[in-house]
Design a binder for this molecule. Structure first.
Ligand code: FB9
Length: 503
């Protein structure tokens, strides 16, 4: 019988056993030593890392193992023994016995069927549980001790099946190894150094030391650190695409916006349904904003009410109070408006390319793919004499960088762009045309009151961040992507998808 405490002694024991016996099975050897099987496999691998000292052949062995509850029975005795031991000489009410805990019921049933206890009904009003035998032998505990010692073969098959049903044991497939001598077998295992230390250099011991070979296939230790959410991984990809195309990121760090910048500046009329509380989250405190460029405000008021710049306007009574209402921005186009107004204030017009990727909020009905907020991606290009052709061209280039080559454009309507186009792409995976965005040329009634030159036109487009992310990570319900119920393992294990590599 071999014995071995400590990993070095375990390695020595394995080498000795292989030398004497020729073949050693790791599971049998672990049972013989009273060691954990994984310790023996670990020592075997450490020896193999040195060189071809051993030859190992993997086997699949079925093995009875104890469950956690099984280990508890080995420690504390079976549930039926606990019930028997809880029955006093005078007897006890069954309800009292049930207070032993969750296993009292099974213990009571097994103690009864084992003939250990009986219900004495001599007083029908107060039946008592009494001992039927003076002592018991806790066979279950003995059987489970044999399973723990890897001697399940000594336990009758019928009992093993009963213990399995009681979830005291489980039948598992265990990877074991048959070990034999390798081409470089030796019993004198040289201690392998795992690092070159200063004192080894100083003493010169490095000259005769044996170093453990690098295992370049070893996985790096998993870092217990933060992980980027898939949305942020995809945002980084879109940001990279915009930057490559020469766009600058807009400052979008204000979720709260005035109706003026979110709607009025975009020539969106004050009675437009999107401005209703059913579609927009208005802010109670502070409810209003009154800090607008005076002269610009007057021009916006004018163009809505009476028109101008060749437009007939909407002809309604424009109210400053509507424009002053604060809200959760419904689109990042509010930021685009601010940026274009700022561009128009420059002494001399210079073409500009802006982008934004940030949260927007809409008071809409929720479903599997829509929440009351999403991340809008928006691109804006301001230059002289831009046309629909430029817009379609830049959309092709943008989506081409996402790996999307088959595009279709469909005329659409937006309050602030004319013409407008919905963008579609043929999704091979879904076998259908999928809407992938919206776009258009900002109306003169939006641009000219800002003060932009008459020959300057601005093309823009938008899409959501959630839709491509859900497609890329094969997530069907938005609540599996965002919210307090998501599986954090999904976040930790989500790979970085190169969007174009996948589409
Ligand atoms: O993102 C959308 N679809 C999409 C995008 C990409 C994708 O995967 C590709 C691999 C890369 C797959 C799908 N859509 C826009 C279309 C639909 O999903 C739509 O049902 C949902 N839309 C949102 C708004 O819905 C309340 C997406 C969101 C959207 C729509 C319009 C704009 C922005 C976001 C805009 C705009 C705009 C227009 C003109 C000028 C400036 C901005």
């Amino acid at each position: 019988m071999a014995s071995a405490d400590g990993s070095e002694k375990l390695s020595t024991a394995i080498l000795e056993a292989v030398d004497r016996r020729g073949t050693v099975n790791t599971l049998e050897f672990a049972a013989e030593l009273g060691r954990d099987h994984q310790d023996v496999v670990g020592s075997m691998n450490s020896i193999s890392a040195v060189g071809e000292i051993l030859t190992t052949e993997q086997k699949q062995t079925n093995q009875w193992q104890l469950t956690d509850e099984g280990h508890s029975v080995v420690e504390n005795g079976s549930h039926e023994a606990a019930v028997f031991n809880a029955v006093p000489e005078a007897g006890i009410a069954q309800a009292e016995l049930m207070k032993l805990g969750a296993n009292a019921k099974i213990g009571f049933s097994k103690a009864m069927s084992g003939g250990w206890i009986v219900i004495d009904k001599s007083d029908p009003a107060a039946p008592l549980v009494k001992r039927k035998v003076p002592t018991i032998v806790d066979t279950v505990q003995e059987h489970l001790r044999q399973v723990a010692a890897d001697k399940a073969s000594a336990v009758p098959e019928k009992e093993l099946k009963d213990y399995k049903k009681r979830k005291l044991v489980q039948f598992v497939i265990v990877k074991t190894y048959n070990i034999t001598k390798g081409p470089c077998f030796t019993k004198s295992l040289v201690k392998l150094e795992t690092e070159l230390l200063p004192e080894m250099i100083a003493s010169g011991s490095w000259k005769t030391a044996s170093f453990k070979p690098y295992n370049f296939d070893a996985m790096g230790s998993s870092l217990d650190c933060g992980h980027l959410h898939p949305l942020l991984k995809v945002r980084a990809q879109f940001r990279q695409i915009f930057l490559e195309m020469g766009f600058s990121e807009m400052p979008t760090n204000n979720y709260v916006e005035s109706s003026f910048w979110n709607f009025d500046a975009l020539f969106q009329p004050q009675q437009h349904p999107a401005r209703d509380a059913h579609d927009t989250f208005f802010i109670k405190e502070p409810a209003t904003c009154n800090n607008f460029p005076d002269d610009y405000l007057k021009r916006v008021h004018q163009v809505h009410q009476e028109g101008g710049y060749g437009s007939q306007g909407y002809g309604y009574q424009w109210k400053i109070e509507e424009a002053q209402k604060n809200l959760m921005r419904t689109h990042t186009t509010a930021v685009s408006a601010r940026m274009l107004y700022k561009l128009a204030q420059q002494p001399e017009f210079k073409p500009a390319k802006y982008f934004s990727i940030d949260r927007v909020f809409r008071n809409e009905s929720l479903d599997a793919t829509h929440l009351a907020e999403f991340h809008q991606i928006e691109g804006v290009v301001a230059d002289r004499n831009l046309t629909l052709g430029h817009l379609m061209g830049i959309l092709r280039e943008f989506f081409h960088k996402l790996g999307i080559r088959k595009l279709r454009f469909k005329p659409a309507y937006n309050p602030y762009t004319e013409p407008s186009l919905e963008v579609f792409s043929y999704h091979d995976g879904l076998q259908k045309w999928v809407e992938i965005g919206n776009s258009g040329i900002f109306r003169p009634e939006m641009l000219l009151p800002m003060g932009l030159p008459k020959d300057v036109s601005v093309i823009a487009w938008g899409l959501s961040l959630e839709r491509p992310t859900m497609i890329k990570y094969k997530i069907n319900n938005i609540r599996d992507l965002v919210g307090h119920k998501i599986d954090l393992k999904m976040v930790q294990q989500a790979p970085i998808y190169l969007i174009d590599a996948e589409s």
